[in-house]
Design a protein around this ligand. Structure first.
Ligand SMILES: Nc1ncnc2c1ncn2[C@@H]1O[C@H](COP(=O)(O)OP(=O)(O)OP(=O)(O)O)[C@@H](O)[C@H]1O
Ligand SMILES: [Mg+2]
Length: 334
């Protein structure tokens, strides 16, 4: 098949570092992340709870909570630096060219504002629509995300909706302005599996229609396998592996990714062996080991892993990269 996709870079994150100002001084939670998304591309970001997925994305939008800040690195969107642009410029990008679906709809929807007004707001602010036009578009968006009786739902307050409905409202808001980039942070966790699949299909469809790029954050690699072009695997605030999705499934390289993939249950597995999760827990912020952050849990660990931090390096010159001394050495030997 011919690759017709352009490879123009839309989002480019380099060495992004985020620190939390805690009681025992600053602690690194996002440690020099490199991520990129090309125009029209969909990137899946996976990793277990607490590995820094949400903080990474919030830092791009400069929406980090109090006492958490970016201390190093850069992020450019469409050639413009997100970290240094003025607040006014950033407001134009946020919710306009970059649509965001936050992980927790209850804290990101305004509890005292009707759902319809919350969907209309970006349309009026970013796209200069008149109220009537914006309402018509809001109805269309609610229908698109599978909300029945959308005209009546516009009048509802967030607390009058179920968790799944609120999540769909968030998705409608994220998509409202036909963004160039949609960043979706666990957008379907509160939904039934059938609805999850519908939302994945909806995003696929819109991506094809609008040429939108997507960053989809999840724990659930299986859910997004058919949606994403490429996957970045995060561990303890760093990217430990990234590769085209088929390549990642065919040849997972980093021991952490291999652990993640073998913990995806297969129907053919006997029930008892379905969740073979990785032993141990990730390091707490402020207690990062000196070397590779995965070393304390790694089945392949060697002396060097406790001493030095491995860099993300291409494997055999391909677009598949892994940050692991052992994997890199095996590649060289091969
Ligand atoms: N407001 C906060 N105050 C203090 N620590 C925080 C705060 N938000 C996040 N953290 C810490 O920062 C680290 C990264 O958090 P983050 O929310 O980015 O993880 P995540 O990968 O999105 O996890 P999940 O899959 O559970 O959403 C975690 O150790 C978390 O405990
Ligand atoms: Mg999160």
């Amino acid at each position: 098949m011919m690759n017709t996709k352009s490879t123009e870079r839309l989002l480019d994150v380099r060495g992004l570092t985020v620190e939390i100002d805690g009681r025992n001084g600053p602690a690194v939670v996002v440690d020099g992340i490199d991520l990129h998304v090309d125009k029209g591309e969909t990137l899946g970001v996976v990793g277990e709870s607490g590995c820094g997925k949400s903080l990474t994305m919030l830092s791009l939008m400069r929406l980090l909570p109090n006492k958490i800040k970016v201390t190093k690195g850069s992020a450019t969107f469409d050639g413009r630096d997100l970290q240094t642009m003025s607040n006014g410029e950033l407001r134009k990008v946020r919710g306009g060219d970059i649509g965001f679906v936050f992980q927790d709809p209850m804290t990101s929807l305004n509890p005292v504002m009707r759902v319809g007004d919350q969907i209309c707001e970006p349309l009026i602010y970013h796209r200069g629509m008149k109220k009537a036009g914006a309402r018509a578009r809001a109805v269309e968006l609610l229908r698109l995300v599978g909300i029945p009786g959308p005209e009546e739902r516009l009048q509802a307050f967030p607390h009058e909706l179920s968790g799944g409905m609120r999540q769909r409202v968030m998705i409608a808001i994220g998509l409202a302005c036909n963004p160039k980039l949609l960043i979706a942070d666990e957008p379907t966790t509160a939904l039934d599996v059938t609805i999850q699949a519908q939302i994945v299909d909806l995003v696929k469809d819109l991506r094809a229609k609008l040429g939108m790029s997507v960053v989809w954050i999840t724990h659930d690699l299986a859910l997004i396998a058919g949606l994403v072009d490429r996957v970045a695997v995060l561990y303890a605030g760093t990217v430990v592996e990234d590769a085209p999705v088929d390549e990642l499934y065919a040849r997972p390289s980093h021991p952490y990714t291999r652990g993640l993939l073998s913990s995806i249950p297969k129907l053919s597995d006997p029930p008892a062996s379905r969740l073979s999760s990785i032993g141990g827990t990730p390091p707490e912020p402020g207690r990062r080991p000196k070397g590779c952050p995965f070393a304390p849990r790694c089945p392949l660990v060697e002396a060097v892993c406790h001493e030095k931090v491995p860099r993300l390096e291409p494997l055999s010159g391909s677009s598949h990269r892994a940050a692991c001394f052992v994997v890199q050495r095996m590649q060289e030997a091969a």
